[in-house]
Design a binder for this molecule. Structure first.
Ligand SMILES: Nc1nc2c(ncn2[C@@H]2O[C@H](COP(=O)(O)OP(=O)(O)OP(=O)(O)O)[C@@H](O)[C@H]2O)c(=O)[nH]1
Ligand SMILES: [Mg+2]
Length: 272
């Protein structure tokens, strides 16, 4: 069913740090870009996902959630250099944390495997990062963004939770629970992720603000999942997100201490 989209490279790193590579007609970048794809039974969707990935990517890390279909085999056919990591624990958060550890690029991009994310948008994320942002946060509700995939109830829940995060943490986000984001790898040292499920994106969005990192929202379009069904359960996962928000909020002293740091104070919570 799948065809090879990209030949295996022979021996040498295709995108070593320090050498500029064109990523669009207006931009060339030196930092290597890793793409992390959490995937659980997504064999049918992977051809659509890989087809949109730009060929200047340094590496693709696929974190397999013990798939019972041909996810791993299909990924290897489509992208022979793919780095497959087997997930030990459970959940999307656990998968992403595992994948981040396996990345060797300076920039890490998170891309879902259900066909909802367009890899051609990666250049917008990377442009924001090389222009000074620490964290490029996808938003379906920023001007130019959109979604074909959210029900009214999920939109409502996301909006309410996003409002709570904005009020409690001084952010100016237009979206909260969205899986398409990119960041400089050094951010991971500042946000120390420790969660397992779909609340991972919320945790990241809160901790980057708490850490005083510079966040830029990137308008992004979320397409419909192509095959299969969502692993997300709105009520269960909404409550997990709420619990994360409350837990992060309870550590206010930490937030105040970090925000008064002379180095970080000027950029804390900035969303451009
Ligand atoms: N490795 C791994 N991947 C997972 C796990 N849970 C979800 N994923 C992947 O995470 C991505 C997002 O999951 P989805 O089920 O599409 O959830 P969602 O995008 O939040 O919800 P929808 O908008 O309804 O699709 C997909 O690529 C899934 O395959 C897991 O436990 N392990
Ligand atoms: Mg999805």
């Amino acid at each position: 069913m799948s065809s090879v989209l990209r030949p295996a490279t022979t021996g040498t790193d295709p995108s070593p740090a320090g050498r500029y590579r064109p990523v669009s007609s207006h931009l060339a970048i030196a930092p290597p870009v890793s793409v992390v794809i959490p995937a659980m039974n997504e064999a049918e969707n992977l051809p659509y996902v890989f087809k949109t990935l730009p060929d200047w990517i340094h590496e693709v890390v696929l974190v397999d959630g013990n798939s019972t279909d041909d996810t791993v085999q299909v990924a290897r056919e489509l992208w022979p250099d793919v780095k497959v990591v087997e997930q030990r624990g459970k959940g999307k958060g656990d998968a992403l944390i595992t994948g981040f550890k396996a990345c060797t690029g300076d920039i890490i991009v998170m891309v879902d495997a259900d066909g909802s994310a367009d890899g051609q948008e990666i250049v917008s994320y990377v442009s924001a990062l090389v222009s000074g942002a620490d964290f490029a946060k996808g938003s379906r509700f920023a001007n130019g963004g959109g979604t074909d995939d959210m029900t009214f109830i999920r939109k409502l829940g996301n909006r309410a939770l996003c409002g709570v995060v904005n009020r409690k943490f001084g952010a100016r986000y237009t979206d909260l629970c969205y899986g398409y984001n990119a960041f400089w790898r050094h951010c991971l040292d500042r946000i120390e992720l420790d969660c397992t499920g779909f609340e991972v994106e919320t945790l990241m969005n809160i901790r980057v603000v708490k850490a005083g990192l510079k966040v830029q929202e990137i308008p992004s379009h979320e397409y419909l999942r192509i095959h299969g069904t969502s692993n997300l359960r709105a009520v269960r996962d909404g409550l997990r997100v709420l619990r994360v928000i409350m837990a992060e909020r309870s550590n206010r002293r930490d937030l105040r201490r970090r925000s008064h740091s002379p180095v970080l104070g000027s950029v804390r919570g900035e969303v451009s």
